[in-house]
Design a protein around this ligand. Structure first.
Ligand code: G6P
Length: 363
């Protein structure tokens, strides 16, 4: 119990450590005045000449990779996220101007290491984004970026996801600046929001009504999570967290995909968590209406405290207002808490879920 600092589970402790771990992730790296990102581990203009970025990862790290790929692409840099296990089989073409970024908390995931080896032998430039100094991944990649989240004991990744997304966001801004010769137009706003993120996450932790939500929907048939843009990856991550520790059926979907199949599963017994980021909220609200019309309870994750979203939702999990690119991080913390409380009230083995391991070293 000593190592849990009074919390019943490492996962709960690690969720609450996020303001601190995020401070470490960004420390000394953010210049809010100029919009520049400074990584002491990288040479100047390290990413100049990069023409496309492949992000390879598994599990929660894959969701962080997806998040980053959508941000880079929105800034005009062709970027794609791949499940590392599939990447090795697919072998998408790479050149010496392809940057392959391996995202891995442990730096030891076999599929991710294999993807990097193949990318290297095909001539790509490689970068490890990891939490573990001197892990296999850092040794095998050309360069490394540490997310500095601190040790994570719970099998379900929590604080490392937030730090991965934040570190990758900084990396995206740096790549864009090196490729184009100047920080992106969004950079200053985004970096300012990033510097406020630890406080925003603290506000979520202090005020969350996730326990109430978990209690209200205990015993449901299934739990669905939807979002668009960066919130798509958060929907997948929210569902992954929920299923891995509660053992309940949970699925995440792109909100746009809903009517192409998943809607057939939606009933009054399937609560739907709808993630709003402040971008394209109207379209997401329409999706919320579609599921509500089928009887499903809607839990909105939003910074709004009144208006259409709040009026429609059965429950609201509030997050501080921030840059839309960053909104997914605080939303995800709410979903971590919902998953935690849902699993806790079912008496699950939260820190060591059945059949799962913290680190998967076989392909
Ligand atoms: C396992 C863990 C997950 C993790 C995934 C990738 O499945 O249970 O929490 O996201 O491996 O691990 P990595 O260390 O590469 O991030």
């Amino acid at each position: 119990t000593a190592g849990k600092s009074g919390y019943d589970h490492y996962m709960h402790k690690e969720i609450h450590e996020q303001p601190e771990s995020l401070r470490r992730t960004t420390q000394g790296r953010v210049n809010t005045l100029t919009g520049a990102v400074d990584f002491e581990e990288f040479d100047e203009d390290l990413f100049a000449g990069v023409t496309q970025v492949h992000l390879v990862a598994m599990g929660t790290s894959y969701h962080a990779a997806m998040y980053a790929a959508s941000l880079l692409a929105a800034r005009g840099v062709p970027a794609y996220a791949f499940m590392a296990g599939e990447y090795s089989l697919m072998r998408p073409p790479v050149t010496d101007s392809t940057l392959v970024v391996a995202v891995s908390q442990s730096g030891e995931t076999a599929d991710t290491l294999d993807a990097i080896r193949r990318a290297r032998s095909a001539g790509a430039r490689t970068l490890a984004v990891t939490n573990v100094v001197a892990s296999s991944l850092t040794r095998e990649c050309d360069d490394s970026l540490l997310i500095r989240a601190g040790p994570e004991i719970g099998v379900a990744a929590t604080k490392t996801f937030s730090s991965q997304v934040t570190a990758l966001m900084l990396l995206c801004e740096r790549v864009v600046a090196d490729v184009t010769g100047t920080p992106s137009a969004e950079s200053r706003d985004l970096l300012e929001s990033i510097s406020r993120l630890p406080g925003d996450i603290q506000a979520v932790l202090d005020t969350s009504t996730a326990l109430e939500v978990a209690q209200a929907y205990a015993g449901s048939e299934a739990y669905f999570f939807i979002g668009r843009g960066v919130a798509h990856s958060v929907a997948l991550e929210g569902a992954l967290k929920f299923k891995e520790i509660s053992y309940e059926h949970a699925e995440g979907f792109a909100a746009s995909e809903l009517k192409h199949g998943p809607l057939a599963l939606v009933t009054e017994h399937t609560p739907v968590f709808v993630i709003f980021t402040g971008r394209d909220d109207e379209m997401t609200l329409n999706n919320a209406k579609e599921v509500q019309a089928r009887g499903a309870p809607v839990i909105a994750i939003t910074s709004h405290t009144d208006g259409d979203i709040v009026d429609l939702a059965d429950h609201v999990l509030t997050v501080p207002e921030t840059h839309p690119d960053l909104a997914g991080v605080a939303a995800n913390v709410q979903l971590q808490l919902v998953a935690y409380h849902a699993a806790n009230q079912l008496g699950r083995s939260i820190d060591k879920p059945r059949n799962l391991a913290k680190c998967v070293t076989v392909e």
